[in-house]
Each structure stands twice: as C-alpha cells, then as structure tokens.
Design a protein around this ligand. Structure first.
Ligand code: ZN
Length: 269
C-alpha cells in the first residue's frame, strides 16, 4: 500500500521570518479508492479567493499556485480526481479544507466535536474556519466517540468505511475543540498526521539540523504561546515517540523538514 507525501503549499510566513513551512497532506491507497488527509487550499482559493483567504494566504507568505493544490499534486502522480473517494480532515481550519470543492464526490470524514466547532465557531481560532469551503454540501461522514478503541494508550476512532488500511482519528484537542491526528497503518508500522496539534517538535532530539536555522522562539516557544496555538499535546506525542518510535512515525501540518526526509525516502510529491 502506497502513502504519498504531498506539499500542498509552500509558506514563507511574515512571522516568524526566514522560516519555511508547508501545508502537509497525505494520499493513501485504500480498498475503496484513494484517501486524502487534509486538502490545503483549493483551485477556487487560487483563482477566486474570498477576501479572508486572500489576506490569510498573504500572511502565510503563500503564492497560491495551482501547481501546489492537492488536485494538481494528485494529477501529477497520474491519478484522476474521481479516484479520491475519501478525505479525512485533522480539523476544519481553512488551510486544511480549501481543496474540498475540488473533490465533490468524496466522502469527507470529520470528528463530530470538530464538525460542531466549525459550524458554530467561537474564539480567536474559530475565525480561521471558511464556510465557503463547504458551501457545495460535501458528503460529510461525522464520527463520534461511540466506538473508542485504544491506540498505543490513546483514544482512537476507526473510520469503518475504509476496510484497508486501518485509518483512525486520534483526538488531540487544543488547537481546536475537535482537532484530531489521523493514524494510518502501513503494514507493521503507523504514520500519524498530527495536524496542527504540535510544532515540528523533533528538533530537540533529532541530530539532523533544520534546513534553515530557526529562531529560539520557534525552537523553544514559551509554553503559554505554544498552548494557545497548538494546545498541550506535544508532551504526549513526544512520549508516544519515546515508547513506540520504531513503530510510529509522526508528521505535522507545517513540517517542511520531515516532509523533505519523507520525500527523499520514497513516495512523496
Ligand atoms: Zn489549524
């Protein structure tokens, strides 16, 4: 089973300067067509953005190129947009949902608490939802906590519509109320897309230097800022890696460094 690592947006944010990050999406084979994890921004965001998307992408330092949309990335791999039967979203912030209109026939899997949070947004991070991205009435599949199973000591909710591979929501709330990681079984190992629930936190333990030197407040952000933006999931994810690092790999949404390594490793685009 192939998992493709997609860069669906190169970012050069206004703050902090001189850092590069991406919008990190995954594409995986399943028994029922292709599965996309998060969608980045979509074709409409590039060609005809809402005022909010225009401002937000400018703050991210993003070019809004068609080449970096998930649709283009998938076609580049030789697939058709009709091949994408499932989309699983870590959360519904606009930089994760812009591609939804490009795959109108896909089932869109979302955790119930996140769906509710997006439909009735509150607070500062609630402003980053863009209802225009679901104005085409996607085929929502809302997953609640009715059938929680253990995943390496964490709660998980299996996406039953997909028989193979095993794909699960792993609730990692904090960044948004219903934010989840998405875990995909890859044979004997697992890949966890941790979305926006953590900074790229690997630098502390990883001997390989980042591509560009990062300022101290990115390497070691004050706890209060980290909690405000990402919630308080990083310690839990670090423990998970310490205990199961040979079985589980973790990526997160803006992680350009791990993306580069994965791309060098195999099936990235
Ligand atoms: Zn977010």
């Amino acid at each position: 089973m192939a998992i493709y690592h997609l860069n669906c947006g190169t970012l050069n944010p206004l703050y902090p300067r001189n850092t590069q990050s991406i919008l990190y999406c995954l594409l995986a084979d399943t028994n029922d067509g292709l599965l996309l994890v998060d969608t980045g921004f979509g074709v409409k965001d590039v060609l005809n953005p809402t005022p909010f998307i225009r401002i937000f992408t400018a703050l991210l330092g993003m070019d809004r190129s068609l080449e970096e949309t998930a649709l283009h990335r998938i076609e580049e791999l030789g697939f058709d947009k009709q091949d994408v039967k499932h989309i699983v979203l870590t959360h519904l912030h606009c930089d994760h949902t812009g591609g939804l209109p490009d795959f109108p026939r896909a089932q869109v899997h979302v955790f119930a608490e996140e769906y509710d949070a997006a439909m009735q947004p509150k607070g500062l991070l609630g402003r980053f939802y863009e209802p225009d991205h679901w104005s085409h009435a996607p085929d929502w599949r809302i997953h609640d906590r009715r059938e929680v199973t253990d995943w390496f000591g964490l709660d998980s909710i299996r996406i039953d519509e997909i028989l193979h591979p095993d794909v699960r929501f792993v609730p990692l709330p904090g960044h948004t109320k219903g934010h989840c990681g998405v875990a995909i079984s890859d044979g004997d190992s697992w890949l966890l897309h941790a979305g926006d629930a953590t900074y790229p936190f690997y630098q502390n333990s990883d001997p390989a230097p980042p591509l560009k030197p990062l300022p101290w407040f990115v390497m070691n952000p004050p706890k209060v800022i980290e909690r405000m933006i990402a919630g308080n999931q990083t310690p839990k994810l670090r423990s998970l890696l310490r205990a199961h690092g040979t079985t589980i790999r973790i990526i997160c949404s803006n992680d350009a460094i791990t993306y580069s390594r994965m791309k060098a490793g195999s099936t990235a685009s």
